[in-house]
Design a protein. Structure first.
Length: 664
């Protein structure tokens, strides 16, 4: 059964797992599924398979059915920019919600129902089918619960650990609202992933790499463990870790008595980094990277690395551990159309582009690097890291080599970046735009008619996770880490001499990269280059904000605004445009570009002086975690007094709806 070929299945699954209306608590109070589910359901292999795959769309990332898909989800970071700056970068505008938010248990409820129903039946021999397949689908549910919990960990940190569904009882629901310390949540996630890996096969019994597998569970385990290990390391000594100063969990009985399983936060950090290394190595040592020929314009699969990101069928690419399959008659998307234009107004930043090394392994500013400058996009790409050369588009390049007549929305030749456009379908927000995800076959370029695959998990992340976890744990790089790093750089057509790069790195010249910082301090050149490699390899794949949070990489913007920039508009490239396309001037309503007095580089968020983003991108410490909406405190409190709720608010936020963080 293929990943996300679910339209018919979802109708069945939703009918069998639909939720009743809520009463006293809309995030925990779900009517027991046993009251609406046929007694004979979840008693045979195919039903287990259908239930699991039906949960994929709500839990796992994919292109979606429109816009930019995966390749725009790094927007609103230092990697990629969209026209409207997110409120989280304008302190005071992001406020505590009145209801809803990340404090939600709907997906967790579905997974818990399955496990509490199916596990006893498995033990009693009450499920028909092949035992290995039955166990695999149970493993999928463990994985999906873990992945959903990981999203909660990133958003909220401390969170209730629920292993079963709950009765419709106010006292029980309130008691279950107690938040577990974040490291315990991470340990719970790892336990679920271990269960998933133990039960699942390397290749799913139905669907192949369209479904979750053992290696996917191992990869995600390395991601979760690295996330928590580095979070604890960089937030140590703050309210954002258990037992830290002013940790809000200490205000509740459970938190005040809490003790780390390893005895200390240092022990927890070491535990998670060790787990990350072990899980990452399981994948990296067994999965080969896809070859990069360096060829850009290819309609005949001459560059597997390039085509991997836009293939219709990704099952032949060893590095793709899991992908979503689309179908022209069932589910389609608009990624190919937008990849041939401005990526639905999600542009690469100057910081992203400048982070790539030269092919000789030197930073662009190093003596003898051979950098041609950035007066023109062609100069920017010349002699650079092969990934930048592949994925940064420039005017005049061909975007279509096949079936142009079939592509009603195809862009055959890459145009001059249309920075003046207001429509997201046409706009080039930064002047720099990405080719990742582009297919040269215009058959995918009817409006919303694309059916190229979407990578969900890629094995190279395991290589990167191992390198980083190894260095964070030991302060050195072992033979495996060095080998993994050299393989990635060789594939990228970059000199594999890592020491050469580190020696030439000047941290004072890397400050436009948020990843150069942790807790408002520049990191070492070695650690920075590990982060640089991760940034470059995973560009536009939706992991950047996750990394920035766990590195605590935005403190430096609390007091000093950051200015997101794009290409060098106010240089020779200015001649590409007419005067009517370069209107600027403070609060002028028809301004479309930033004032050259601010910078020679286009500043997409600083076009009108009356906009909230005009003074740059800023941060608030509270923004590392999301606020819990006011409703959830009221529902679990006595007589409406939020202080009596077992739930506590995240650091810096209040329980008052509409309130900004304290002291932002």
């Amino acid at each position: 059964m293929n990943f996300f070929r679910y339209k018919k299945l979802s109708a069945i699954v939703l009918g069998l797992t639909g939720f009743m209306a809520v009463s006293c608590n809309d995030y925990l109070d779900q009517s027991p599924l046993s009251s609406i589910t046929p007694e004979d359901y979840l008693r045979e292999e195919s039903q287990l398979a259908a239930y699991a795959v039906g949960a994929y769309p709500a839990i796992l990332p994919s292109h979606g059915n429109w816009s930019f898909g995966t390749f725009g989800t790094d927007g609103n970071t230092d990697d990629m920019a969209i026209p409207a700056l997110d409120n989280k970068y304008m302190p005071g505008l992001w406020r505590t919600g009145s209801a809803g938010g990340d404090w939600d248990f709907a997906n967790i409820f579905q997974m818990n129902y399955f496990l509490q129903t199916v596990i006893p039946r498995l033990k009693n021999g009450e499920i028909t089918g092949t035992d290995a397949n039955i166990r695999h689908y149970i493993g999928e549910i463990y994985f999906l619960r873990a992945f959903e919990y990981f999203k909660k960990l990133q958003a909220l940190g401390d969170f209730p650990i629920l292993r079963t569904t709950l009765p419709d009882n106010q006292a029980a629901l309130t008691a279950a609202s107690v938040r577990n310390p974040r490291n315990e949540v991470a340990r719970f996630i790892i336990s679920d992933l271990d269960s998933a890996a133990l039960m699942m096969q390397n290749i799913a019994p139905a669907g192949g790499t369209n479904r979750v597998s053992k290696r996917v569970a191992q990869l995600v385990k390395s991601r979760v463990a690295l996330y928590e290990g580095t979070w604890l390391k960089y937030f140590k000594g703050t309210a954002y870790v258990p037992k830290g100063p002013e940790w809000p969990g200490s205000s509740k009985p459970e938190g005040s008595a809490y003790a780390f399983p390893t005895g200390s936060i240092e022990g927890e950090i070491d535990y998670f980094l060790t787990q990350a290394m072990a899980a990452a190595k399981e994948v990296a040592s067994s999965v080969q990277l896809v070859n990069n020929t360096g060829i850009i314009l290819s309609a005949n699969n001459e560059n597997p690395y390039f085509n991997m990101f836009s293939a219709e069928n990704m099952s032949s690419y060893s590095e793709v551990l899991m992908w979503r399959q689309y179908n022209r008659t069932l589910v389609t998307h608009n990624v190919p159309v937008n990849a041939q234009a401005g990526n639905y107004a999600v542009g690469l930043t100057r910081s992203m582009v400048e982070s790539f090394l030269m092919a000789n392994g030197l930073p662009i500013y190093a003596a003898g690097s051979g950098y041609k400058g950035d007066d023109y996009i062609n100069d920017v790409r010349t002699d650079r890291d092969g990934r930048l050369n592949l994925f940064l588009k420039e005017p005049g390049q061909k975007n279509v080599l096949l079936n142009l007549a079939l592509g009603s929305h195809a862009t055959e030749i890459e145009p001059t970046p249309m920075i003046w456009e207001s429509s997201y379908e046409k706009k080039y927000t930064t002047g720099y735009t990405i080719r990742k995800g582009l297919t040269y076959d215009a058959i995918h370029c009817g409006n919303g008619a694309g059916y190229t695959g979407s990578i969900t998990f890629r094995a190279v992340e395991a290589y990167l996770n191992y390198i980083e976890a190894n260095y964070e744990k030991t302060g050195t790089l072992d033979a495996d880490a060095i080998s993994y790093w050299q393989q990635i750089r060789t594939r990228a057509k970059v000199n594999a001499d890592i020491d050469k790069t580190i020696a030439a790195t000047q941290m004072s010249k890397e400050t436009a990269d948020w990843g150069a910082y942790s807790a408002n301090r520049l990191v070492s050149p070695t650690l920075y280059n590990i982060r640089r490699e991760r940034r470059n390899e995973l560009m536009a794949e939706g992991l950047r904000f996750m990394d920035l949070k766990r590195w605590r990489a935005m403190d430096q913007m609390i007091n000093t605004p950051y200015h997101v920039e794009g290409f060098k508009l106010w240089g020779p490239m200015k001649a590409w445009y007419t005067a009517s396309q370069l209107v600027y001037g403070g609060a002028v309503s028809n301004s479309v570009v930033s004032d050259p007095a601010l910078s020679t580089y286009l500043r997409p968020h600083e076009i009108r002086s009356n906009s909230n983003s005009y003074n740059g991108t800023k941060w608030a410490m509270a923004h590392y975690l999301s606020p819990i909406a006011a409703q959830h405190f009221t529902l679990t409190a006595t007589a409406g007094d939020a202080t009596t709720s077992p739930i506590y608010q995240n650091p810096g936020w209040t329980t008052t709806a509409g309130a900004a963080p304290i002291g932002y």
